[in-house]
Design a protein around this ligand. Structure first.
Ligand code: TRP
Length: 451
């Protein structure tokens, strides 16, 4: 029992806190999901709604997880006291597993696409690339191999611990990610005809906005900030007492949004430059984009080739720092609750995660009978987590901090024990008690098909 507290990791620096947590937030959600949601929902109109959701719901929810985690200094299942709130942490650990089950598959695709780009296999028209993608996904070996490989990569970083594994990896990967991102933005903006893409991103088209757009934006805010599965509770349990929660939260939200918008500034200018419609949906990045890079830089093929490699490396880095955070939540739980070493605990998470990942990968092609609720296993994991479990987890966390946790305890965390002025505290509490849970409950009912 004694070694339990000794063994608890801690982020060593404030920069580490922001980079690791931003690493969790910045992921496929920013570079894959955000652009296609924006593309389908009226460009800047969607971004505006997204920003409103971020302020009303995303940021408060993120801060609530920070409050719960840092106060507890324990794994997610111990961070919420009393019934039924304890379930929130347990639900989070389970959700982490399930998200990893489909996230690792898409993450694995990025590795395949890095190699395919290097080997120059992504040349051809859209039909050729669609065929390439479909063949790859249906191939039982390749896609499974990359899924397993990606989980193992995560495993290696996790076993090194909070400071030497997660923090150090984030401190290397996040700056690299920004650098690559900026490089690609510059390249994309230099393309002739790219201004159409920029206009699309900056000029709101409210005719495409419907009630669904608002729900999509709310769901996207939540997924993008990594809220709803106690992942940030776990990370915050490694924060030092003097970490300014609100400031860090705002910084992370700004980084997360910037990366998403910059990803849009790569994808839309490139797509418009070659006359591809930006509303292709989820396949935008793996089917439309390779072709876009090739065509856009037909004059200087080397640039197109390099851009495509850099883009998939960027996507891989983003996915890796996010999967690490999903893995850490169950790992911290297993290690602390069963008094196991980090190495063994990580293994006990990695092995079942691989099983789920492999099954969901297979469900897309070679074993189509792997279905759940009338969808492929892959789609149902995505659907259940993003639409049901994250919303439920987020709602429970908001209610817990707003109504169950003593107000003084919340204030203590937000103000670092009274050392910060925290003048916005009443506004924060108002959002957490009323506005955010009402939005959350509405999304939840919407996801369940109530209206
Ligand atoms: N936020 C990440 C993204 O945008 C994904 C992610 C990491 C996540 N950890 C999470 C989503 C926890 C929900 C909950 O891709």
């Amino acid at each position: 029992m004694k070694h339990q507290t000794e063994a608890r990791g801690k982020f060593a620096s404030k920069a580490g806190v922001v980079l690791a947590t931003a690493g969790s937030a910045v992921g496929l959600g920013n570079i894959w999901r955000f652009p296609y949601e924006t593309g389908m929902n009226g460009g800047a109109a969607f971004i505006l709604i997204y920003l409103l959701c971020l302020i009303a719901l995303g940021l408060p929810a993120m801060l609530c997880e920070f409050v719960v985690g840092r106060r507890a200094q324990r794994n997610a299942t111990r961070a919420y006291g009393g019934w039924p709130w304890k379930l929130t942490g347990c639900l989070g650990v389970l959700t982490g597993f399930l998200i990893m089950g489909f996230y690792s598959v898409v993450a694995g695709w990025t590795l395949q696409y890095i190699f395919a780009s290097v080997a120059g296999q992504l040349h051809g028209d859209v039909d050729y690339i669609r065929q390439y993608f479909n063949d790859f996904v249906a191939n039982p070996w390749k896609s499974v191999f990359w899924t397993v490989f990606f989980i193992l990569l995560t495993h290696v970083i996790i076993t090194r611990g909070v400071q030497r594994g997660i923090e150090r990896a984030s401190k290397v990967m996040m700056p690299l990610l920004f650098l690559l991102l900026l490089l690609l933005v510059v390249c994309a903006l230099l393309l002739p005809g790219s201004s159409e893409g920029v206009k699309f991103l900056l000029r709101p088209d409210f005719s495409k906005v419907s009630a669904d757009t608002v729900f999509d934006a709310l769901g996207q805010t939540f997924f993008s900030l990594s809220t709803g599965m106690a992942c940030l509770v776990t990370y915050a349990s490694y924060f030092d007492r003097d970490v300014h929660l609100v400031r860090s939260g705002v910084q992370i939200a700004v980084i997360d949004t910037m990366v998403a918008v910059l990803a849009g500034l790569i994808i839309f200018p490139a797509a418009f430059a070659v006359g591809v419609q930006p509303d292709a949906g989820p396949s935008l990045i793996f089917i439309t984009l390779p072709n876009v890079f090739g065509q856009a830089f037909a004059a200087v093929p080397v640039v197109g080739w390099l851009m495509s490699i850099i883009f998939y490396i960027l996507l891989m880095l983003a996915a890796l720092t996010s999967i690490i955070s999903m893995h850490e939540t169950p790992t911290a739980f297993v290690a602390e609750e069963f008094h196991l070493s980090r190495r063994i605990a990580a293994l006990l998470v990695t092995l079942p995660a691989m099983v789920v990942g492999v099954l969901s990968s297979l469900s897309l092609g070679s074993v189509p009978s792997l279905r759940l609720f009338g969808m492929t296993l892959f789609d149902s994991l995505d659907y259940i987590t993003a639409n049901v479990l994250l919303t439920l987890g987020g709602l429970l966390t908001l209610l817990y901090v707003g109504w169950v946790m003593p107000r003084g305890d919340v204030h203590e965390q937000i103000s670092n024990g009274g050392r910060l002025r925290a003048r916005y505290f009443p506004v924060f509490m108002f959002l957490v008690r009323y506005i955010s849970p009402i939005c959350m409950a509405l999304i939840f009912l919407h996801q369940l098909g109530a209206f």
